[in-house]
Design a protein around this ligand. Structure first.
Ligand code: BG6
Ligand code: MG
Length: 213
């Protein structure tokens, strides 16, 4: 076995909440006349809610916002996002994802989540993935978000593995960088597949068994 554990990013890897994040930020941006499109949204992958807002505000040229106003905007974004999350069901996880996780576990691989999102546990419950993981590290247990490795180092710790024994699966460039600076190998999917630091480029989670076993 090449790896003892796999740490999965959540948004954009296990579930397609990346589109929901985009729609929620788009409402915030449109209401304030801030230019925002899907390409800009890619810069927010893996980045915390407040840091995402700061990135969006680079294109805002109105009066300076206080910390309280920024906090209120971030909360408003999360309300829009949560409304969308409420509608998620187990059907929002593909069979391919579910089967891959089950097969990896059956082969003795530990599976964990490493996500910057504070909504991680809610999402996992909504889609019926709340029982399968051996460990969950998310936005509620970190002080620094990706590209800092903290979220993945905690995930490795939660499943009692050394970072070098873990493979991280990511759709975000910030996430690939986090994995690499944490001493882990990284598999990139989607946007992250073209990142030069990515060790393994994958098209689907079903490809993982050829890498880890
Ligand atoms: C990451 C997403 O998983 O979570 C980011 O890729 C998002 O786009 C971040 O900003 C924080 O999410 P939340 O749910 O705590 O607002
Ligand atoms: Mg992601």
């Amino acid at each position: 076995m090449k790896f003892k554990g796999i740490i999965f990013d959540l948004d954009g890897v296990l579930v397609h909440t990346d589109k929901l994040h985009y729609r929620a930020w788009k409402k915030i941006a449109d209401a304030r006349g801030i230019p925002f499109n899907e390409e800009m949204n890619n810069l927010l992958r893996g980045v915390s809610r407040m840091e995402s807002l700061e990135i969006i505000l680079r294109n805002y040229h109105g009066p300076a916002l206080s910390a309280e106003e920024k906090e209120a905007i971030a909360e408003e974004k999360n309300r829009y996002y949560r409304e969308e999350l409420e509608t998620m069901t187990p059907e929002d996880v593909t069979e391919e994802v579910r089967e891959s996780l089950t097969a990896l576990k059956a082969a003795g691989i530990k599976v964990a989540v490493g996500s910057s999102s504070k909504n991680t546990r809610f999402i996992l419950k909504q889609v019926g993935l709340d029982k399968i993981f051996d460990g969950v590290s998310d936005g509620t247990n970190i002080t620094k978000s990706k590209p800092d490795p903290e979220v993945f180092l905690k995930a490795a710790e939660y499943v009692s593995l050394a970072p070098a024994d873990c493979l991280v699966v990511e759709d975000a460039v910030a996430g690939i960088e986090a994995a690499k600076s944490g001493g882990m190998k990284a598999a990139g999917i989607g946007d992250a597949a073209s990142c030069e630091k990515t060790d393994y480029r994958i098209a689907a989670l079903a490809d993982l068994k050829d890498i880890v076993l």
